[in-house]
Design a protein around this ligand. Sequence first.
Ligand code: GRF
Length: 192
Amino acid sequence: MRRIPTAVLISGRGSNMQALLEAAQDTTYPAEITLVVSNRGDAKGLARAEEAGVQTAVLPHTDYPSREAHGAALHALLKERGNELICLAGFMRILGAEFVAKWEGRILNIHPSLLPKFPGLNTHTRAIEAGETEHGATVHFVTAELDAGPIIAQEAVSIQPDDTPDALAARVLEVEHRLYPQALRDVAEKRL
Ligand code: GRF
């Protein structure tokens, strides 16, 4: 079985990246994580990836004059390393339309809400404040519109009357760590 060479893009702690790395340690998993890229040199996830023996690269967006220039450098790096799929995992940079068009159908993101509800930031606080009884996580294909591409997988958790954003975030994160490896598997096996 040919495993699909996949890059994971991060900006921070990288717990979803870790979940993907763990799933991909199984040699029968259809994707292989061959590269982790961060746009921030201080991302904690970089050390986790190195410990797992995965190649890492830092491509600070601040080194480039524009979003397009950063995207072009990222595209060149991923092509040079032979990546065919991209997983955004807490990557806190909006990718330009040009970059996204080049990777259409081959770039995934995980978002901590039941999209189309609550795109953007602070989703847990917003869900509680809106009086929602359910919240959750979504894996979707990335399009030029933020957090709005076709949904691949989604799982809900219930919101308790006394929930705090942190407690809710922790429960959603558990779901994320299960959902993302399954969604990447489905995409890599072309079951979608
Ligand atoms: C996750 O909640 C993910 O859904 C969101 O950013 C957070 C990243 O966490 N896009 P981690 O870096 O994977 O631990």
